[in-house]
Design a protein around this ligand. Structure first.
Ligand code: ATP
Length: 262
């Protein structure tokens, strides 16, 4: 079996203490405990999917071990950061060999709660909602969008990306029957709060908010906002402040553009 390594560097055992072990880091539901996330910081949890993606590639290529240093190098991170992230998942490395790839995948999946498939509903089957329904990658993240809902009578009853669009008055019963706690919200900003309230009344406890609206939610409900406008604003701002022609990044950017031009 292959073990990827960085140029000539020897890798060390990567367990750091006194971070909490996996038992205390993971709730019975398989999600990170609040304490674990507090210790790790949200930044750590956000880095884990990138490690996971690379680990799956390495596993596909037949690698049995990976060192924390390799993960750090390929993700442009300090090795100590990677070591702390991985230690939190409860993964334990072996001196000089690093982590067993398969075990590390399981540890990370367990930590983020992707080892058990999570069912979700999606509300708002417009353009964005339709695209999300068609995204196969969610399965890899342990997420299955089990039901799609919309208030538009012209959409209700139609099959979109393999799901029959259901009317909003069916949401509560569907959520209750399936024991579903997660909902993706893809309605326009103007309808976001009232739709979120409806989802919460239906039993949804985690709202993945793709609308530009900031939601007010009661205690016991969590939200994560994915605002494409915010991301685009940051990118556009950076684009405007690229160094003048002849500078490294500009060259790189214009080369990429030239390459992708038809
Ligand atoms: P389309 O024009 O096909 O509806 P869109 O993405 O431009 O697509 P949006 O206005 O962003 O449409 O609305 C997204 C989806 O949210 C639509 O399918 C719309 O019917 C639905 N929607 C809007 N308000 C609500 C609501 N209060 N409850 C449920 N669904 C809603």
């Amino acid at each position: 079996m292959k073990t990827p390594s960085t140029s000539g560097k020897r890798t060390r055992q990567t367990r750091t203490s006194p971070l909490p072990a996996v038992e205390s880091a993971v709730t019975p539901a398989g999600t990170p405990s609040a304490e674990a996330v507090r210790v790790a910081g949200v930044a750590c949890v956000k880095r884990l999917p990138a490690y996971l993606q690379m680990l799956r590639v390495l596993q596909g290529e037949g690698h049995e071990y990976v060192s924390g240093t390799v993960l750090a190098t390929t993700h442009s991170l300090e090795p100590v950061v990677v070591r702390k992230d991985l230690a939190l998942t409860g993964a334990v490395g072996t001196p000089r060999r690093g982590f067993r790839v398969a075990e590390l995948i399981v540890a990370i999946e367990r930590f983020v709660g992707w080892d058990n498939q999570t069912k979700a509903v999606l509300v708002g089957v417009g353009n964005l909602g339709t695209a999300l329904l068609g995204y196969q990658g969610f399965e890899n993240l342990g997420l299955r969008v089990a039901g799609a809902f919309d208030w538009n009578p012209a959409k209700v009853g139609r099959w979109i990306q393999g799901r029959k669009v259901q009317p909003m008055n069916q949401l509560a019963a569907f959520v209750r029957r399936g024991g579903i706690r997660l909902g993706a919200l893809t309605v326009p900003a103007t309808a976001a709060q009232e739709t979120a309230d409806l989802m919460i009344r239906a039993g949804i406890r985690g709202i993945w908010n793709f609308s530009p609206a900031r939601l007010q939610v009661p205690e016991g409900v969590v939200t994560q906002k994915e605002d494409l406008a915010e991301g685009l604003a940051v990118l556009s701002h950076k684009l405007q402040h690229l160094p003048p022609a002849g500078g490294g990044p500009r060259e790189h950017g214009s080369h990429a553009l030239r390459q992708s031009a038809p």
